[in-house]
Design a protein around this ligand. Structure first.
Ligand code: 13P
Ligand code: SF4
Length: 360
């Protein structure tokens, strides 16, 4: 395909686009490696050399992949992590720069620094910042600079325990639900966890409340996982008394408390893989993953926990057309939509990521 044709994918049918992706993918061979997060649509996943959860993909690429060009079919913060963990010989590409994440955008460096100053005023106790890996690189860098680290939904408990051993309190960014669900699992009562809302004057709670908290939770959330409500669990159990409820820990505390299991996208897949034939599952996570599991395991009964489709609009921005444009540009010797984290941020962010790998 010529450079001109690459800008005219609009006139191609989906089948032609998929065929063209396969052809150019083949032609580029080991020059390119395609990563696909579990929430990507099937017509992207079929071209992925490796599928996985957010952190698993970046770790894999840093440790195993020799290809100079990495096309990350996921969202912006994931491509940033891949860039931070890989050396300068690798170029990370996000097929559509509009594939951001509303939750990651809920914590900016300016807001976090303001919060940090307020918390220092509230108490002289030592606070360790911990950010969920699903956050912007500058927030990871903040944690790296302040003796903190990063966690994933799989190791959050281990990391928060470490943080509370290092200091007296933890500031958990940017997903309040993962922080609250994990803190409660560790035995920290809800009244020992307060919320810092960057939109509110001084975070919305009193200095005394922050001083009395073990974990200060940033008021951030995933708009997809907020859709799974506790009443959906009740409705599901009423309809199918023997159903298993399996949710992502980005769901609210009330929903996670009512569920039978919770875990990262990789854990969700593993639990379904290992479940006996005939078992019933209602899953509270992004629709594309639920649908894929339903298709892959027809011997199990699988439904979404919500009564309507819960898709991630930004994940969905990565479509075959954008993947084709990334491949065509590489074939033409050009890189479009490279994700390159500035060195000044990447160094501190890597400190935080390396600390997590050391602890877990
Ligand atoms: P994991 O794949 O790490 O479980 O993350 C879920 C998510 O919301 C990614 O955007
Ligand atoms: Fe962000 Fe939620 Fe979409 Fe993941 S699923 S990219 S956390 S909005």
């Amino acid at each position: 395909m010529s450079k001109e044709a690459a800008t005219c994918t609009v006139s191609m049918t989906e089948t032609e686009i998929l065929e063209e992706i396969a052809t150019i993918r083949n032609k580029l061979g080991e020059k390119v490696f395609i990563l696909g997060h579990h929430y990507q649509r099937d017509n992207i996943i079929r071209f992925a050399d490796k599928t996985g959860d957010s952190f698993g993909l970046s770790k894999y690429v840093a440790e195993n992949v020799k290809s100079p060009y990495i096309i990350f079919c996921g969202v912006h913060f994931m491509a940033e992590t891949a860039d931070i963990l890989t050396d300068d010989s690798k170029t990370v590409i996000l097929p559509d720069l509009g594939a951001g994440c509303t939750r990651a955008d809920m914590a900016t460096l300016y807001q976090v620094e303001k919060c940090w100053n307020i918390l220092q005023k509230a108490s002289s106790e030592k606070i360790i910042p911990v950010t969920y890996v699903n956050s912007a690189a500058e927030i990871k860098a903040f944690c790296g600079r302040h003796g903190g680290t990063v966690c994933t939904s799989a190791n959050a408990e281990k990391i928060l325990k470490w943080a509370l051993n290092q200091g007296d309190k933890a500031l958990f960014l940017p997903d309040q639900h993962l922080g609250r669900n994990t803190g409660y699992k560790m035995g920290i009562p809800l009244e020992k966890m307060s919320v810092y809302d960057p939109i509110e004057e001084n975070g919305g709670a009193s200095l005394e409340e922050y001083a009395n908290s073990r974990i200060i939770l940033w008021q951030g959330f995933c708009s997809v996982h907020m859709n799974f409500l506790p009443q959906n669990v009740d409705q599901m159990r009423k309809k199918y008394p023997d159903i298993n409820i399996l949710v992502h820990p980005e769901c609210t505390f009330e929903t996670v408390e009512k569920s039978d299991y919770n875990g990262s996208t990789s854990r969700i897949i593993k639990l379904i893989e290992e479940a006996p034939a005939g078992s019933k599952w209602a899953i509270g996570t992004e629709q594309h993953l639920v649908d894929r599991l339903k298709n892959e395991y027809p011997d199990k009964f699988i439904v979404s926990l919500a009564p309507f489709e819960c898709q991630c609009a930004t994940m969905y921005r990565i479509d075959p057309e954008h993947l084709l444009r990334s491949l065509v540009s590489l074939d033409n010797g050009e890189v479009i939509n490279q994700i390159s984290v500035p060195e000044s941020i990447a160094i501190d962010a890597k400190t935080a990521l390396d600390k997590m790998l050391e602890i877990s």
